[in-house]
Design a protein around this ligand. Structure first.
Ligand code: HAM
Length: 414
């Protein structure tokens, strides 16, 4: 978990602004859910057997309840949709969130225990076009940030009808090879056999190389949906590869599952991931409605931007530093500084009335201000102040009565 400040937070703000704007262009409305949720929100949806639920949740014991720090956004989102009956109209609706998530993982580059996810969710639309919109939106987002070094991997993980049959077929295939699988996969065999396909260990990869793949075991509806998604992506010119080994570490997916992977990231190669979760509402006691979405983290986007030297600059600096010398000058400049701030003009000044001119000029320089205004006893006598352009070093004299107007004018030019 990291502190963000200084130059880094300015860069984050510049990137965040662009992403908020992009979601707004695509017609997505923001939603913010609480950091703490009841543990069942995740155990019933993400799945008891997943790494997230088994090992990564931060639990907060509070009386009889067991609350957890939200490890992901989709289950919280559907909890909120059901609670506020946002799905009742049956119309397609678009939401996005930008929220901190918490997973007790081993931190490394691009992976932290508190990370910040941007995610989008489109509910009440079962069509492959809704899934295509998600993928197109992420593709567009990365390209807007001038990142092209990624691959889009798309799969269908089937539905409640075809997946159990496929799981059985896979288990029959794996059974004679159980002894060659790693300890973890031997445990997975009974309860989450599909995840064996995703194991990174060489011994397991060897076994699953010839395993039957889900794409040839989809039911007709799932196969048609998957074909529809691929056709739409081709029609809109979004390149992808079909990867039948994508399983995802969350149990709630049905049909579409996808990942954006990038060589810019190193070990944590997933830039973004998502898919369809049509059955999830049922886990919250509601009649099921379709949903599809994705999430990506700021941490990984920033790693990619850094690798490409494309982090947007957002160097904020004051327009003017007010250097007051003596009580009388301070009395003139302090109210003017606040007056200008209220009008949206950033003014800096030191409240230490004993500070020498030299020290104030040093502070002005450090602040990055475009101008420094100097007001001392001599200037006061003539009702004038000295304005120094910090870039060119040029100086000019301004009438005190015109200060506000002159600075406002310069703020509009700046
Ligand atoms: P996820 O694959 O667990 O999916 O996470 C999505 C993205 O969040 C990852 O691709 C990665 O970019 C980022 N991420 C995950 N863990 C970390 C971490 N520890 N540090 C930094 N970044 C991380 C979900 O969370 C689903 N809710 C996505 C979704 C939305 N599916 C449908 N709608």
């Amino acid at each position: 978990m990291r502190d963000l400040f200084g130059k880094e937070i300015e860069q984050w703000i510049a990137v965040e602004r662009k992403i908020h704007q992009l979601f707004s262009h695509f017609g997505y409305a923001e939603i913010r859910t609480p950091v703490l949720e009841n543990i069942e929100v995740f155990t019933h949806t993400v799945g008891d057997e997943t790494d997230i639920v088994e090992k990564q949740m931060y639990t907060v014991p509070t009386g009889d309840e067991k609350l957890v720090l939200r490890p992901e956004g989709t289950a919280s989102f559907i909890r909120a949709v059901v609670e506020h009956e946002l799905h009742q109209s049956g119309r397609a609706q678009r939401f996005y969130y930008y929220l901190p998530m918490f997973r007790h993982e081993r931190p490394q580059k691009g992976r932290s225990r508190q990370f910040h996810q941007f995610g989008a969710e489109l509910i009440c639309d079962p069509s492959p076009e809704a899934d295509a919109e998600m993928i197109a939106m992420i593709d567009h987002l990365y390209r807007e940030f001038e990142i092209q070094e990624f691959e889009i991997r798309v799969n269908s993980v089937g539905c409640a009808i075809c997946r159990p049959k496929y799981r059985q077929t896979l288990k029959e295939f794996l059974k004679p090879h159980l002894g060659s699988l790693c300890e973890e996969c031997q445990k997975r065999f009974e309860r989450s056999a599909l995840r064996i396909l995703d194991c990174k260990r060489e011994s397991c990869r060897k076994v699953v190389q010839t395993a039957p793949l889900i794409l040839s075991h989809l039911c007709n509806e799932c196969a048609t949906h998957h074909r529809g998604l691929k056709e739409r992506l081709k029609e809109i010119g979004v390149g992808f590869v079909e990867d039948p080994r994508i399983v995802r570490g969350l149990d709630y997916y049905c049909r579409t599952a996808f990942e954006f992977v990038s060589s810019l990231l190193g070990a944590q190669s997933a830039l973004a991931a998502g898919g369809r979760y049509d059955g999830m509402a049922e886990k919250f006691g509601a009649k099921p409605f379709p949903g599809t979405g994705f999430a990506m983290s700021m941490e990984r986007l920033m790693v990619a931007l850094e690798a490409k030297n494309k982090i947007p600059g957002n160097q904020r600096a004051p327009l003017c530093f007010f250097a007051a010398l003596g009580e009388a000058a301070f009395k003139q400049l302090f109210p003017l500084s606040l007056h200008l701030k209220r009008k949206g003009v950033w003014i800096e000044m030191s409240y230490d009335k004993e500070k020498s001119l030299k020290a104030q000029l040093k502070q002005a320089d450090r602040s990055g201000a475009e101008f420094t205004l100097i007001l001392g006893e001599n200037e006061l006598k003539t009702s004038q102040a000295l304005l120094k352009d910090m870039g060119s070093g040029a100086q000019e004299t301004l009438e005190l009565a015109n200060l506000e107007g002159e600075l406002l004018r310069r703020s509009q030019i700046a």
